[in-house]
Design a protein around this ligand. Sequence first.
Ligand code: PXP
Length: 238
Amino acid sequence: MPKLGVNIDHVATIRQARRGREPDPVWAAMKAELGGADQITVHLREDRRHIQDRDLRLLKETVHVKLNLECACEASMLAIACETKPERVCLVPENREEVTTEGGLDVVGNFDRVSESVKQLHAAGIFVSLFIDPDQGQIEASRKLNVEAVELHTGTYADAKTDEAQERELIVLENASQHVLQNELILHAGHGLNYLNVTAVADIEGMEELNIGHSIISRAVFVGLEEAVSEMKQLCIR
Ligand code: PXP
Protein backbone atom coordinates (compact mmCIF):
# COMPACT_ATOMS: atom_id res chain seq x y z
CA MET A 1 0.00 0.00 0.00
CA PRO A 2 1.79 3.12 -1.15
CA LYS A 3 1.93 6.31 0.85
CA LEU A 4 0.52 9.43 -0.78
CA GLY A 5 2.69 12.49 -1.32
CA VAL A 6 0.54 15.46 -2.30
CA ASN A 7 2.27 17.97 -4.56
CA ILE A 8 0.86 21.44 -3.82
CA ASP A 9 2.80 23.41 -6.48
CA HIS A 10 -0.33 24.36 -8.37
CA VAL A 11 -1.89 26.09 -5.40
CA ALA A 12 1.10 28.41 -5.70
CA THR A 13 0.59 28.57 -9.48
CA ILE A 14 -2.85 30.13 -8.88
CA ARG A 15 -1.41 32.59 -6.36
CA GLN A 16 1.40 33.60 -8.73
CA ALA A 17 -1.16 34.38 -11.44
CA ARG A 18 -1.78 37.57 -9.42
CA ARG A 19 1.49 37.59 -7.47
CA GLY A 20 -0.57 38.09 -4.35
CA ARG A 21 -1.12 36.19 -1.10
CA GLU A 22 -3.86 33.73 -1.97
CA PRO A 23 -4.34 30.86 -2.18
CA ASP A 24 -1.54 30.10 0.27
CA PRO A 25 0.24 26.76 -0.22
CA VAL A 26 0.85 26.65 3.53
CA TRP A 27 -2.92 26.47 4.08
CA ALA A 28 -3.10 23.87 1.32
CA ALA A 29 -0.58 21.67 3.12
CA MET A 30 -2.73 21.77 6.24
CA LYS A 31 -5.86 20.75 4.30
CA ALA A 32 -3.93 18.01 2.49
CA GLU A 33 -2.76 16.61 5.81
CA LEU A 34 -6.32 16.62 7.12
CA GLY A 35 -7.35 14.69 4.00
CA GLY A 36 -4.75 12.00 4.72
CA ALA A 37 -1.59 13.08 2.89
CA ASP A 38 1.43 11.16 4.14
CA GLN A 39 3.80 13.71 2.69
CA ILE A 40 3.74 17.22 1.24
CA THR A 41 5.78 17.65 -1.93
CA VAL A 42 6.89 20.93 -3.50
CA HIS A 43 9.14 21.75 -6.43
CA LEU A 44 11.22 24.89 -5.96
CA ARG A 45 12.06 25.77 -9.54
CA GLU A 46 14.92 28.01 -10.56
CA ASP A 47 12.43 30.41 -12.22
CA ARG A 48 10.22 30.43 -9.08
CA ARG A 49 7.13 30.06 -11.25
CA HIS A 50 5.06 28.63 -8.39
CA ILE A 51 6.62 27.70 -5.04
CA GLN A 52 8.67 30.54 -3.48
CA ASP A 53 11.49 30.41 -0.94
CA ARG A 54 9.10 31.76 1.68
CA ASP A 55 6.74 28.81 1.09
CA LEU A 56 9.50 26.29 1.63
CA ARG A 57 10.64 27.97 4.85
CA LEU A 58 7.12 28.11 6.29
CA LEU A 59 6.27 24.58 5.18
CA LYS A 60 9.36 23.29 6.92
CA GLU A 61 8.04 24.89 10.12
CA THR A 62 4.42 23.86 9.79
CA VAL A 63 4.11 20.52 7.97
CA HIS A 64 3.61 17.66 10.41
CA VAL A 65 4.10 14.80 7.92
CA LYS A 66 7.22 14.46 5.77
CA LEU A 67 8.25 17.35 3.52
CA ASN A 68 9.67 16.32 0.15
CA LEU A 69 11.50 18.97 -1.88
CA GLU A 70 11.92 18.42 -5.61
CA CYS A 71 14.84 20.35 -7.05
CA ALA A 72 17.42 20.38 -9.80
CA CYS A 73 21.10 19.48 -9.34
CA GLU A 74 22.02 23.18 -9.22
CA ALA A 75 24.38 24.71 -6.65
CA SER A 76 21.90 27.35 -5.47
CA MET A 77 19.08 24.80 -5.08
CA LEU A 78 21.26 22.34 -3.22
CA ALA A 79 22.37 25.11 -0.88
CA ILE A 80 18.71 25.92 -0.09
CA ALA A 81 17.94 22.24 0.42
CA CYS A 82 20.87 21.72 2.78
CA GLU A 83 19.97 24.84 4.75
CA THR A 84 16.23 24.10 4.98
CA LYS A 85 16.71 20.37 5.58
CA PRO A 86 13.39 18.91 4.41
CA GLU A 87 13.16 15.22 5.34
CA ARG A 88 13.50 14.29 1.68
CA VAL A 89 14.85 15.68 -1.55
CA CYS A 90 13.95 14.29 -4.96
CA LEU A 91 16.42 15.36 -7.65
CA VAL A 92 14.70 16.17 -10.93
CA PRO A 93 15.80 17.52 -14.32
CA GLU A 94 14.76 21.08 -15.01
CA ASN A 95 14.40 23.04 -18.20
CA ARG A 96 13.14 26.60 -18.23
CA GLU A 97 11.01 26.14 -21.35
CA GLU A 98 9.08 23.11 -20.12
CA VAL A 99 5.48 23.32 -18.90
CA THR A 100 6.14 20.53 -16.41
CA THR A 101 9.00 18.11 -15.68
CA GLU A 102 9.56 16.33 -18.97
CA GLY A 103 11.30 12.99 -18.64
CA GLY A 104 13.46 11.68 -15.85
CA LEU A 105 16.89 12.74 -14.67
CA ASP A 106 19.63 11.37 -16.93
CA VAL A 107 21.71 9.81 -14.17
CA VAL A 108 23.81 7.84 -16.68
CA GLY A 109 24.74 10.94 -18.70
CA ASN A 110 25.29 13.23 -15.69
CA PHE A 111 26.74 10.70 -13.27
CA ASP A 112 29.43 12.89 -11.68
CA ARG A 113 27.15 15.88 -11.24
CA VAL A 114 24.35 13.83 -9.71
CA SER A 115 26.87 12.02 -7.53
CA GLU A 116 28.19 15.32 -6.12
CA SER A 117 24.62 16.50 -5.44
CA VAL A 118 23.74 13.27 -3.63
CA LYS A 119 26.87 13.49 -1.48
CA GLN A 120 26.05 17.07 -0.51
CA LEU A 121 22.48 16.14 0.47
CA HIS A 122 23.59 13.04 2.37
CA ALA A 123 26.11 15.14 4.30
CA ALA A 124 23.14 17.27 5.44
CA GLY A 125 21.35 14.11 6.59
CA ILE A 126 18.69 14.21 3.88
CA PHE A 127 16.98 11.13 2.36
CA VAL A 128 17.53 11.31 -1.42
CA SER A 129 15.49 9.98 -4.29
CA LEU A 130 16.11 10.38 -8.02
CA PHE A 131 13.27 10.96 -10.48
CA ILE A 132 14.14 8.67 -13.39
CA ASP A 133 12.55 7.05 -16.40
CA PRO A 134 11.62 3.36 -15.99
CA ASP A 135 14.88 2.29 -17.60
CA GLN A 136 17.32 -0.40 -16.41
CA GLY A 137 20.44 1.67 -17.09
CA GLN A 138 19.10 4.62 -15.08
CA ILE A 139 18.12 2.32 -12.20
CA GLU A 140 21.58 0.70 -12.10
CA ALA A 141 23.32 4.08 -12.22
CA SER A 142 21.09 5.26 -9.34
CA ARG A 143 22.06 2.20 -7.32
CA LYS A 144 25.75 3.09 -7.73
CA LEU A 145 25.06 6.50 -6.17
CA ASN A 146 23.76 4.93 -2.94
CA VAL A 147 20.54 6.92 -2.97
CA GLU A 148 17.75 5.65 -0.78
CA ALA A 149 15.00 5.64 -3.41
CA VAL A 150 14.08 6.23 -7.02
CA GLU A 151 10.81 7.73 -8.25
CA LEU A 152 9.80 6.19 -11.57
CA HIS A 153 8.39 8.69 -14.07
CA THR A 154 4.85 7.54 -14.91
CA GLY A 155 4.23 10.22 -17.55
CA THR A 156 4.39 7.92 -20.59
CA TYR A 157 1.92 5.53 -18.93
CA ALA A 158 -0.37 8.43 -17.98
CA ASP A 159 -0.25 9.97 -21.46
CA ALA A 160 -0.97 6.69 -23.32
CA LYS A 161 -3.77 7.30 -25.81
CA THR A 162 -5.20 3.76 -26.06
CA ASP A 163 -5.88 0.96 -23.58
CA GLU A 164 -3.30 -1.20 -25.36
CA ALA A 165 -0.62 1.48 -25.14
CA GLN A 166 -1.42 2.03 -21.48
CA GLU A 167 -1.18 -1.72 -20.82
CA ARG A 168 2.23 -1.81 -22.54
CA GLU A 169 3.47 1.13 -20.45
CA LEU A 170 2.19 -0.50 -17.28
CA ILE A 171 4.30 -3.57 -18.08
CA VAL A 172 7.32 -1.29 -18.57
CA LEU A 173 6.65 0.20 -15.12
CA GLU A 174 6.14 -3.23 -13.53
CA ASN A 175 9.41 -4.57 -14.97
CA ALA A 176 11.31 -1.45 -13.95
CA SER A 177 9.81 -1.68 -10.46
CA GLN A 178 11.11 -5.24 -10.08
CA HIS A 179 14.52 -4.03 -11.16
CA VAL A 180 14.40 -1.23 -8.58
CA LEU A 181 13.62 -3.73 -5.82
CA GLN A 182 16.33 -6.15 -7.01
CA ASN A 183 18.75 -3.23 -6.70
CA GLU A 184 17.59 -2.73 -3.11
CA LEU A 185 16.23 0.73 -3.75
CA ILE A 186 12.97 2.05 -2.30
CA LEU A 187 10.30 2.32 -5.00
CA HIS A 188 8.36 5.54 -5.61
CA ALA A 189 6.43 6.72 -8.68
CA GLY A 190 4.69 9.79 -9.96
CA HIS A 191 3.73 12.22 -12.70
CA GLY A 192 0.44 12.41 -14.53
CA LEU A 193 -1.35 10.06 -12.13
CA ASN A 194 -5.05 10.75 -11.70
CA TYR A 195 -8.25 9.25 -10.28
CA LEU A 196 -8.68 6.98 -13.32
CA ASN A 197 -5.16 5.65 -13.82
CA VAL A 198 -3.68 5.51 -10.30
CA THR A 199 -4.85 2.12 -9.06
CA ALA A 200 -2.80 -0.01 -11.45
CA VAL A 201 0.36 1.84 -10.37
CA ALA A 202 -0.59 1.72 -6.69
CA ASP A 203 -0.97 -2.07 -7.06
CA ILE A 204 2.58 -2.61 -8.34
CA GLU A 205 4.39 -4.94 -5.95
CA GLY A 206 6.65 -3.04 -3.57
CA MET A 207 5.36 0.43 -4.44
CA GLU A 208 6.01 2.58 -1.34
CA GLU A 209 5.03 6.08 -2.40
CA LEU A 210 3.17 7.99 -5.08
CA ASN A 211 3.59 11.73 -5.60
CA ILE A 212 0.54 13.33 -7.16
CA GLY A 213 -0.22 16.97 -7.80
CA HIS A 214 -2.13 18.27 -10.80
CA SER A 215 -5.10 15.90 -10.67
CA ILE A 216 -5.65 16.43 -6.94
CA ILE A 217 -5.48 20.22 -7.14
CA SER A 218 -7.79 20.15 -10.19
CA ARG A 219 -10.40 18.08 -8.36
CA ALA A 220 -10.04 20.33 -5.32
CA VAL A 221 -11.49 23.21 -7.36
CA PHE A 222 -14.81 21.33 -7.30
CA VAL A 223 -14.81 19.26 -4.13
CA GLY A 224 -12.29 21.01 -1.87
CA LEU A 225 -8.73 19.92 -1.17
CA GLU A 226 -9.33 17.79 1.90
CA GLU A 227 -11.94 15.73 0.03
CA ALA A 228 -9.82 15.49 -3.13
CA VAL A 229 -6.87 14.16 -1.13
CA SER A 230 -9.07 11.77 0.80
CA GLU A 231 -10.54 10.31 -2.42
CA MET A 232 -7.06 9.81 -3.88
CA LYS A 233 -5.83 8.24 -0.66
CA GLN A 234 -8.70 5.73 -0.75
CA LEU A 235 -7.68 4.73 -4.28
CA CYS A 236 -4.06 4.24 -3.16
CA ILE A 237 -4.86 2.06 -0.15
CA ARG A 238 -8.07 0.34 -1.16
N1 PXP B 1 6.89 13.65 -9.13
C1 PXP B 1 7.79 14.53 -9.65
C2 PXP B 1 9.24 14.23 -9.47
C3 PXP B 1 7.37 15.69 -10.32
O1 PXP B 1 8.27 16.54 -10.83
C4 PXP B 1 5.97 15.95 -10.42
C5 PXP B 1 5.51 17.21 -11.08
O2 PXP B 1 6.00 18.31 -10.41
C6 PXP B 1 5.09 15.03 -9.83
C7 PXP B 1 5.57 13.88 -9.23
C8 PXP B 1 3.61 15.26 -9.86
O3 PXP B 1 3.14 15.25 -11.14
P1 PXP B 1 1.60 15.64 -11.42
O4 PXP B 1 1.45 17.07 -11.04
O5 PXP B 1 1.43 15.37 -12.87
O6 PXP B 1 0.77 14.73 -10.54
